[in-house]
Design a protein. Structure first.
Length: 266
């Protein structure tokens, strides 16, 4: 990549409008069209949920937002995808910088086979940060943000893979927070967790939206209704309906949305 790659401008303190948006988005896996003419905003400091049956394009849309689909051979993306008003698919975009600003939490916890401390500080060390004071401050701040500091402050040298699943998932969130993202993408982050652990992650997400824009893919409609501010219902690659979560769940404008929410479809 060129040393002169475009640096996507950070949002000004008084920025208005959506943090991200997609417009007239189409995506193809070879000859198969997975997304069709999708347009929607992602509001700053809010949680947007993507719901719909398996295979409808939710995770594909999520991966569009930090260009994870670039890693799949044969993918073609058409349309506009913006972060703070800047096209993230511009040819000279710095994709590494983009993925720092728009990070992802995956379906199953994926801690590295390292200590708790080394997991959290991995990104900073890769970036060349060696200042002990900054590393220590980031370690504590990130674990506190993920509500793990009190649990783990005396276990920082323990293997992260020995933690319970919900703590592993919160550790992965803390690892992401350590590199100071602006948008957090979550692909079914609670699907491997029990109801008690799920409740902890949901409470964490609600707290995090004060400082971050969050987009979550979920098959759990009750979860979407509990935690999200906006919801998009997808079906066969189309965005059938998008709007405030309360309206989508109580007064949907499309019969297909009503059928899905009521359990008559999907």
């Amino acid at each position: 990549m060129s040393n002169h790659a475009t640096q996507i401008p950070a949002a000004a303190a008084a920025a208005t409008g959506p943090k991200m948006r997609v417009e007239r988005l189409d995506l193809y896996y070879g000859a198969f069209q997975a997304l069709r003419d999708v347009s929607m905003p992602f509001a700053r400091n809010h949680i947007t949920a993507l719901i719909g049956p398996s295979g409808c394009g939710k995770s594909t849309l999520l991966r569009v937002l930090n260009r994870m689909n670039d890693l799949i051979p044969g993918v073609l993306v058409q349309g506009l995808v913006e972060l703070d008003g800047c096209d993230i698919y511009a040819p000279d975009t710095d994709v590494c910088e983009l993925r720092t600003r728009v990070g992802m939490v995956f379906q199953r916890p994926n801690p590295f086979p390292l200590s708790v401390r080394d997991n959290i500080l991995f990104g900073l060390r890769v970036a060349g940060v060696r200042n002990r004071g900054r590393l220590d401050e980031t370690l504590e701040r990130s674990l506190r943000s993920a509500w793990l500091w009190e649990n783990l402050k005396d276990r920082l040298n323990d293997p992260a893979i020995d933690l319970p699943l919900d703590q592993q998932q919160r550790l992965c969130i803390a690892r992401l927070l350590a590199v100071s993202p602006e948008v957090i993408l979550m692909d079914e982050p609670c699907s491997a967790l029990d109801p008690i652990a799920t409740a902890k992650i949901e409470e964490l997400m609600i707290g995090l939206k004060r400082d971050y824009t969050i987009v979550i893919v979920t098959h759990n409609m009750q979860q979407a209704a509990r935690i999200s501010d906006f919801t998009g219902y997808m079906l066969l690659g189309d965005m059938v309906e998008f709007g405030p979560t309360t309206k989508v769940f109580t007064d949907p404008g499309d019969v297909r949305t009503q059928d899905y929410i009521s359990g008559r479809y999907g």
